[in-house]
Design a protein around this ligand. Structure first.
Ligand SMILES: Cc1cc2nc3c(=O)[nH]c(=O)nc-3n(C[C@H](O)[C@H](O)[C@H](O)COP(=O)(O)O)c2cc1C
Length: 354
């Protein structure tokens, strides 16, 4: 597997473990991926959920938690790999989070669930690499044009996420209903084509449904520099979610995984459990408290509180919480260590790479 140069940093193994909120990818998972030479990513979606002061001061609790998780990841990695933080553009106080996180001891900020059009000005003075997550060539081109014209800067790398991913998806409900979802490989080709206009090579990482080393080799043979993977990292001992969260995926069948509505407006993908069935039957689950998590959410008419639902799940209440997964979640059949998973992926990819 080729290493890849990202700005002035080298990523030895071109595998990014995607940020998974709430609390699914924190310092333990990220640190172990780094230790194997990949990029570990901590999710900035409410990592402070366990802080006793979280309900009253979510911002401060989250930044404090990030500081602790970053230290944990660095301690585990012992100088290996790179460390990223994933920040959702659709999150409340995005600008403040990005500014504060850029000052922490991290190597990269990866930002999706919306286009991070003003990210360069938020990280000014920081050494952190910056990368958007896009789901079309058009989005990549629009973002690059904006960054060049306003900031004379291109992304340090780009994550290209297709429709098989977990969490929030960068596609519309109309595309889903009308069966107009493009394939990850089509989107990758589209982004490669659009990026030619910018005259400089920007490393590209393909995401969404990448499951085996063969999948990695296929997208790399098509021009990706690496991959971002989420779901496979959930079935590891080191993943930061509760054991029940991992087990529900190990037990899931293909038909248990489907799209879910999210207060963000984006479709999501999760396990069909008691929570989803209740939501579908009743149309709404009353909000107990609001920590102002998502910009597009209005607590008065939101179908449910996504922060509450994701926290329930990551703490182990997998029937009444929201369990995000990628479309391949049902293929997980055993827990492994991150070391075993990375080795398997690398060896398998090497066999298939042309
Ligand atoms: C449980 C879960 C939570 C996720 N949370 C986030 C998130 O907070 N922000 C984000 O940009 N992507 C999120 N994602 C997407 C992943 O980072 C990753 O890009 C995606 O899952 C890749 O597809 P795969 O799961 O098929 O490998 C999440 C995915 C999962 C499965």
């Amino acid at each position: 597997m080729r290493s890849v140069q990202l700005g002035n940093l080298k990523l030895d193994i071109p595998i990014i473990q995607g940020g998974m909120g709430i609390g699914v990818s924190l310092g333990n998972l990220a640190g172990h991926v780094m230790k194997e030479g990949g990029m570990g990513v901590i999710s900035a979606a409410q990592p402070g959920y366990n802080n006793p002061d979280f309900a009253r001061h979510p911002f401060e609790s989250n930044i404090e938690a990030l500081r602790n998780e970053i230290k944990k990841a660095r301690d585990i990695a012992k100088g290996k790999g790179l460390l990223g933080v994933n920040i959702m553009v659709a999150g409340e106080r995005y600008d403040e989070y990005a500014k504060a996180i850029a000052q922490l001891d991290i190597d990269a900020i990866i930002s999706g669930a919306g286009l991070p059009l003003n990210l360069p000005e938020l990280v000014e003075g920081s050494k952190a690499l910056i990368a958007p997550i896009v789901s079309s060539g058009k989005a990549a081109s629009l973002l690059c044009k904006r960054w060049i014209s306003r900031y004379n800067r291109l992304p340090d790398f780009i994550v290209i996420e297709g429709p098989l991913a977990g969490g929030h998806l960068g596609f519309s409900w109309d595309q889903i209903r009308n069966h107009q979802l493009p394939d990850l490989k089509e989107i990758l080709a589209d982004v490669i084509e659009q990026m030619k206009a910018f005259g400089k090579k920007v490393p590209l990482f393909a995401a969404g449904g990448i499951y085996t080393g063969k999948d990695i080799a296929e997208v790399m043979d098509l021009g990706a520099d690496g991959v971002q993977m989420g779901t496979r990292f959930i079935a590891t001992h080191e993943c930061d979610a509760h054991q029940n969260f991992k087990q529900v995926l190990l037990d899931a069948k293909e038909e248990d995984i489907d799209y879910v509505i999210s207060p963000s407006g984006f479709p999501g993908r999760g396990i069909q459990n008691t929570f989803i069935k209740k939501l579908t039957a009743e149309g709404k689950i009353a909000v107990r408290r609001c920590v102002n998590c998502l910009k597009p959410c209005n607590p008065a008419n939101t179908p449910y509180c996504i922060t509450d639902a994701l926290i329930e799940a990551v703490k182990g209440n997998v029937e009444e919480g929201l369990v995000f997964t990628g479309s391949n979640g049902y293929r997980l059949d055993k827990l492994v260590s991150v070391h075993e998973l990375m080795n398997e992926l690398i060896e398998d990819a090497k066999r298939w790479l042309k």
